[in-house]
Design a protein around this ligand. Structure first.
Ligand code: GLA
Length: 392
């Protein structure tokens, strides 16, 4: 299905869901937010270091309609519970509940603008959740935009970026701004080189014969659930390392990191520090490789990143590692876990001429053993570099 068809299909699904739950009627609007896959630059965005993700063709669509009061009511095609709350209501839902992302969206919108009108909303998604593809950030971003538009506000990317990363912390993950920037500002046929403080968004064209394959390990990593503590602990170790080294930022550390007295750090601080510095350098190398159409170098950087995430940060798992090895044996040029870690998807660089055979090999060598769990549409697909929610 083409991207345009896919979006209109999701929009129809969301609008039908809205009318099923909240009754027929005019005035339905929709907002589409893609997922993202991070090509390289993992666990460094929250230290304000540059990253290189891209928005993908899959995503979520929210159909919404004004309400005459301050209530927010929402349903989703992938969630059993219905959300019902009042604007300015600050009580959280239980940990892991999707409703917390809606509450976070309401907090973001209310922090930046005056929000008086509630909405009825329905969410339709074709993004695998808890897979490292930003389904939760897409929900947060989409719901924020829906609430704002229903209140007559057309936010800019920059306005949203000033509020969204902080808003996500309402759900408990102390992440950075990569996901929001990618899903808002991705560009067709490009990776997005994101720099923070100040925010700079540079689309880098992807050579026409490179293909990025997304393969699901069939293990999940629920960011708002158990993974949250591990994720936040990593961030604390990295910040602790900076403090012990008396450095103001990782940008400062990068100027001379090989010569710093890292032996004074605790073991996890040292591992995180080393990963962050090296990964930041790999992002720089990956941007150069993309610009120079250097397929082999890009692939090798993906492999190095995976090794660092697996052995340094220790945030991969056995199925993800097996999947990385399998896709490399099948002919991919490079591969690594993508996203927060602890399960989810692998991103692999392939060439147009072998993408079909790599996929076929994965079906036979990885997924055939778990056919009862494998859904070929959602667990193995070529990531199409796409437009973000606010890019025409
Ligand atoms: C999650 C966070 C991002 C980023 C990645 C790891 O997706 O939301 O901000 O930290 O993990 O790179």
């Amino acid at each position: 299905m083409s991207l345009a068809n896919l979006r209109s299909f999701l929009a129809e699904e969301a609008s039908a869901l809205l009318q099923d739950h909240f009754g027929p009627g005019p005035g339905i609007q929709t907002v589409f937010v893609p997922g993202r896959v991070n090509l390289i630059g993992e666990h460094i965005d929250y230290y304000d270091l540059p990253v290189l993700p891209m928005a993908i063709g899959r995503g979520i669509c929210i159909a919404y309609r004004h309400r005459p009061d301050r209530k927010v009511c929402a349903v989703s095609n992938s969630q059993r519970t219905k959300a019902v709350f009042e604007l300015s209501h600050h009580e959280k839902a239980p940990p892991g509940s999707w409703i917390n992302y809606l509450l976070a969206a309401e907090a973001v919108a209310g922090n930046g603008w005056i929000i008086e009108t509630g909405i009825d909303a329905a969410v339709a998604s074709n993004l695998p959740s808890a897979a490292g593809l930003s389904s939760s950030s897409a929900l947060l971003v989409g719901f924020t935009i829906a609430l704002l538009r229903a209140n007559g506000v057309e936010p800019s990317i920059r306005e949203l970026m000033a509020l969204l990363p902080e808003g996500e912390q309402f759900v408990g993950t102390r992440g950075g701004g990569m996901d929001h920037a990618a899903v808002l500002a991705g560009c067709p046929r490009c990776a997005l080189h994101i720099r923070f403080s100040p925010l700079q968004l540079a689309p880098i064209p992807i050579p026409f014969d490179w293909r990025f394959l997304v393969a699901h390990s069939l293990t999940t990593a629920e960011k708002s659930g158990a993974v949250r503590e591990k994720y936040n602990a990593l961030r604390m170790a990295g910040t602790g390392a900076l403090q012990k080294l008396c450095l103001p930022s990782y940008a400062a550390a990068l100027q001379n990191y090989e010569n710093l007295p890292v032996e004074n750090l605790g073991e996890s601080e040292r591992k995180v520090f080393r990963h962050v510095c090296k990964e930041a350098q790999r992002v720089g190398g990956a941007v150069e490789a993309l610009q120079a159409n250097d397929f082999a170098r890009f692939g090798s950087l993906l492999n190095q990143s995976h090794e660092s995430l697996r052995d340094g940060l220790q945030i991969s798992n056995d199925p993800v590692n097996t999947l990385v090895e399998t896709v490399l044996q099948a002919g991919a040029e490079g591969a690594r876990m993508t996203g927060a870690g602890f399960g989810g998807c692998v991103i692999a660089l392939c060439h147009a001429h072998n993408i079909d055979s790599v996929q076929e090999a994965l079906r036979q060598r990885y997924y055939a053993k778990q056919l009862d769990q494998f859904d070929s549409d959602n667990h193995l697909f070529i990531a199409e570099p796409s437009a973000g929610a606010l890019i025409e």
